[in-house]
Design a protein around this ligand. Sequence first.
Ligand SMILES: NC(=O)c1ccc[n+]([C@@H]2O[C@H](COP(=O)([O-])OP(=O)(O)OC[C@H]3O[C@@H](n4cnc5c(N)ncnc54)[C@H](O)[C@@H]3O)[C@@H](O)[C@H]2O)c1
Length: 364
Amino acid sequence: MKLQLPEIPYLPRDPVSYRPPIALVGCGGITSYHLRAYRSAGYHVAALCDLREEFALKRQAEFYPEAAVYADYRQMLERPDIEVVDVATHPAIRPAIIEDCLRAGKHVLSQKPFVLDLEVGRKLVRLADEVGRKLAVNQNGRWAPYFSYMRQAITQGVIGRPTAAHLAVHWNHGWVKGTEFERIRHLILFDFAIHWFDILCCFMGDQNPKRVFASMARTATQQIVPPLLAQVLIEYDSAQASLVFDADTRHGPLETTYVTGELGTLSSTGVDSNRQRVSLSVGRQKRRPLLTGQWFPDGFHGTMGELLLAIEENRQPSHSAADNLRSLELCFAAVASAERGEPMLPGSVSQLPIITETHDSSAA
Ligand SMILES: NC(=O)c1ccc[n+]([C@@H]2O[C@H](COP(=O)([O-])OP(=O)(O)OC[C@H]3O[C@@H](n4cnc5c(N)ncnc54)[C@H](O)[C@@H]3O)[C@@H](O)[C@H]2O)c1
């Protein structure tokens, strides 16, 4: 007998008719995915801003030849036609930019990780409410096809209440050598893993994590400064979860996701986040949906699409900054646990402990 399951709407959604002029602040490496996704979705990017004007000009030539270019984003904010600003700088300087955008009456999509300090994040959430604008976080993993399918299936109750979730990524993150990212001490547990903390929070829904224990280590072979190994155990009242990050994997990369619940199990496997195959088991029956799209760039379509749709429908976006603060609470507690070697309570750590790594001789 064929498994009777509801349709799982995992693809990014577009607003019905709302296509406002969008500005991008920060035109660095990741923004080629932002702009690729927006162009193919038919979104209207009208301004590109970067302190280093040549980066904005490059993106203009590549994606939006009609867009205006600004070295100072504050000049862009004077334009009343711009309604939405996508802020894609690094997190240390982002809060001030987000605040300027909100005060100028713009809706904001912030790159991840949203903030380095939860109180700063809460202030921005309150400011957005005060000025009546939406503030969302670019947790594009939520719209990676495999994560999106699993997240929506769980929301629809297909596997019942999750009792266990185990997510593991084995890949090589050595590409950051010599970039700004190499200076981030918790490159793996914070900058990278925030997508996994965030999707875990989506999977677990209203189940609150009670305690988190994490560790990190350097491999003998790694060539960059931040530790490339990290693992996390998370306890819930009646569930458990684990996250594993092996970021110095030289051979046989693999990513697996496993979520089991009272009614069924979802799993996904593949060599990386773009090539995943999802399975759904309910009782003795199994479904292996053929999903279309990839995290890069479709996840970026998902995050901007959901923000525009939320503005059009006058509701909070599902990836609101307020929602994302739960993921950061768990992430910060895990980072503190890895620093201290003891379990931590999610929510008890409001600032990311130790932000930058000094480049020392042990790195090479
Ligand atoms: N999956 C994802 O969503 C994903 C992937 C990679 C990176 N990121 C995040 O995106 C952010 C940026 O990453 P990146 O790889 O593009 O970094 P990057 O260093 O390549 O780019 C940052 C850009 O911001 C510009 N900038 C700095 N200050 C500015 C200012 N005041 N006004 C305008 N521009 C300014 C810089 O000149 C630079 O071009 C980081 O927070 C990173 O964690 C997200």
